[in-house]
Design a protein around this ligand. Structure first.
Ligand SMILES: *[C@@H]1O[C@H](CO)[C@@H](O)[C@H](O)[C@H]1NC(C)=O
Ligand SMILES: *[C@@H]1O[C@H](CO)[C@@H](O)[C@H](O)[C@H]1NC(C)=O
Ligand SMILES: *[C@@H]1O[C@H](CO)[C@@H](O)[C@H](O)[C@H]1NC(C)=O
Length: 596
């Protein structure tokens, strides 16, 4: 007893709170859960009771205390503050990391009150400091650490003018490297200043999160031009991503990819430059043993889509603002993609599951009767089409709806498999705790040192051009490698998620009735992926493949009637799973009967 006490005392006396070596972090219990939150769009100019046609900044109108749901108004700070309060009270001690996918400033949608660069930085600083104060330990010293890693990324509204992001290093990558000081690991700062992308090991030696700068892939960014030419930052970004995935494979690690603008690629919507999309789809396929999943925001609607590694080139428009109806057209176009997915022989997946569970290989070569043989042949043909028993031909992108109440404010908690990885060393790097005044003192409008050594290096690199861009296809997994966590349930596989929303229409009614002085915001469960409708036993690609098939199927019905209340109004029989998908896309806000 005494010796333990002395040991502890000596360790403290020797190391002290500031000189603690980096390897000496206390071990941390993992919870198998993380938060994905996106598109906060805080707006200090928001005023309650103003017109939704004037960005909720002025005029008389119905804008509410926590926001104007179902409109293009941005989020009042009351919504931001209460969301952080709710996360602190309800999730803080249950999550392992935070995926924060950008757009942390208001839109530039008010001609009378145009945004300024300092306003964008201020709003981003405001949100960053909320995370820091929620998760920081040891705040008293100038060196602090976060108990939970937070991984940010650039949104198209975190820069000015919006969508336009020049190659790095630039004033934005430099300023955000300061604002996100607590989130970007020390050894990644240089990379971040160059391109605005970085990697964080959220479970050291096991799981990394790769924060992509999707601004370089975004079709609406007219300052850059795709991923084909070596001189383009998108090209460099893809090269970096390939190298990261290669290194992670060699270290036997897994990776979550995240970014703001998702690689939507349907007949109605294409967000990325085609040359970026092609590389991305190929990288994700070739590193399918490494990539756990991919998480995006930006579109504000809750949905997923699949990349088909066989497919190249469906061009579509990349217009910025999508109306409700064009959003539902987009969702329709996904459904129509899914309706041409290969369809399995009856009972196929159930049979496959039980064979795989029994440890058996799905063997289609065993000698059998003629009829059996024909059946087996059909099964094999189907498997060949989808890339084997784990549907490895495909990959999935998940898009979370926004916090800003375009519909209702929403956030997502993802469960992932931590079997065998329950305890880890504290992963988060120490950071210098800036005070608000530190950050405020450096304004964007400060003239830049023009001959930055990094800049010179880049200029030199750009000078030697001429060679044709080579599009090297990365090596795939070794032929003996087992399927990755996106394909078969294993450590780090996403198991499911819970979508939360706050019904601020109802909360506003309560505020008006109660005359509440200091109203609270509560998020409630909208749905879970393993509910009666989606019935997903995990979030592997094959589970999404099956769900996509059910959404596309003309007469699929959920097995139970628990959702009958909102299906009751239907005029003619229709696919209830498709209906649920549509309803969930708009966070339960839109009356989807009026969309058709
Ligand atoms: C996690 O993966 C392991 C295989 O590594 C599996 O046995 C286990 O059932 C999975 N856990 C959950 C909750 O699905
Ligand atoms: C939100 O609250 C309003 C008002 O109480 C109610 O009419 C509506 O059905 C609720 N919507 C959801 C999705 O909870
Ligand atoms: C309004 O009052 C009711 C009944 O006392 C309570 O349940 C509800 O939480 C209150 N709402 C708010 C927003 O304070």
């Amino acid at each position: 007893m005494l010796s333990i006490f002395l040991l502890g005392f000596c360790a403290y006396a020797l190391a002290g709170p500031l000189q603690q070596p980096l390897t000496d972090f206390p071990s941390r219990q993992l919870h198998g859960r993380f938060l994905h939150i996106t598109d906060f769009h805080p707006d200090r100019l928001y005023k309650q009771g103003t017109s939704i046609d004037r960005s909720c900044h002025r005029g008389k109108g119905p804008s509410g205390y926590f926001g104007a749901e179902g409109t293009d108004c941005d989020a009042p700070l009351s919504l931001i503050d209460e969301t952080f309060r709710w996360i602190e009270d309800n999730l803080k001690d249950e999550i392992d990391f935070v995926i924060w996918t950008g757009d942390s400033a208001r839109h530039d949608n008010d001609e009378r009150l145009p945004r300024t660069a300092d306003e964008i930085l201020d709003l981003n600083t405001y949100l960053s400091q909320k995370w820091v104060s929620m998760f920081s330990e040891n705040r008293a010293s100038s060196i602090a650490k976060l108990s939970v890693p937070v991984i940010p990324t650039f949104g198209n509204n975190d820069i000015m003018p919006h969508n336009i992001f020049d190659e790095g290093p630039n004033k934005w990558t430099k300023r955000f490297s300061e604002i996100w000081n607590a989130f970007i690991p020390e050894d990644q700062r240089h990379t971040f200043v160059l391109g605005g992308w970085f990697t964080t090991e959220v479970v050291p030696g096991r799981l990394a999160v790769i924060s992509l700068n999707t601004m370089y892939f975004f079709d609406s960014n007219s300052a850059v031009d795709g991923c084909k030419a070596k001189s383009e930052p998108g090209y460099e970004h893809m090269e970096w991503l390939r190298a990261q995935l290669k290194i992670l494979r060699s270290r036997n690690m897994k990776a979550i990819l995240m970014g703001h603008v998702p690689p939507a690629h349907s007949s109605e919507k294409q967000n990325w430059d085609e040359t970026c999309w092609q590389k991305y789809a190929l990288w994700v396929h070739q590193y399918r043993d490494v990539v756990v999943g991919t998480l995006y925001g930006h579109m504000n609607i809750d949905h997923f889509f699949m990349q088909d590694s066989h497919e190249v080139g469906i061009a579509a428009s990349a217009d910025e603002q999508m109306s409700i109806n064009s959003k539902s057209d987009y969702l329709e176009s996904l459904r129509s993609q899914w309706s041409s997915l290969p369809s399995p022989p009856a009972g196929f997946f159930e049979e496959l599951d039980s064979e795989l569970e029994a440890g058996g290989v799905f063997d289609t070569t065993v000698k059998k009767g003629k009829k059996e043989k024909k059946k087996e042949k059909k099964k094999q043909k189907f498997l060949d089409k989808i890339g084997g028993p784990w549907a490895e031909r495909y990959s999935v992108s998940l898009v979370s709806p926004s916090l800003v109440p375009n519909y209702f404010p929403s956030l997502r908690v993802v469960d992932y498999n931590i079997s065998g990885v329950e305890v880890t060393n504290q992963p988060v790097s120490w950071y210098e705790a800036h005070t608000a005044s530190d950050l405020d003192s450096t304004s964007l409008d400060t003239p830049e040192a023009s001959e930055d050594p990094v800049e010179i290096e880049k200029k030199k690199k750009k000078g030697k051009k001429g060679k044709k861009p080579d599009f090297k296809v990365p090596d795939g997994p070794s032929s003996t490698a087992p399927p990755g966590p996106a394909y078969s349930n294993q450590p780090f596989t996403f198991l499911g998620y819970t979508q939360y929303y706050a019904n601020i229409t109802r909360i506003q009614e309560e505020i008006d009735e109660n005359q509440t002085e200091d109203p609270r915001l509560n998020f409630e469960v909208e749905y879970t992926t393993n509910d009666d409708v989606y019935q997903m036993k995990d979030l592997t690609v094959r589970s999404f493949f099956q769900l996509a098939g059910r959404i596309a199927d003309e007469d699929a019905q959920p097995d139970t009637s628990s959702t009958a209340d909102w299906f009751a109004k239907k005029k003619k029989p229709m696919n209830m799973i498709w209906r649920a998908f549509l309803r969930r896309a708009f966070v339960g806000y839109e009356d989807i009967d009026h969309l058709d």
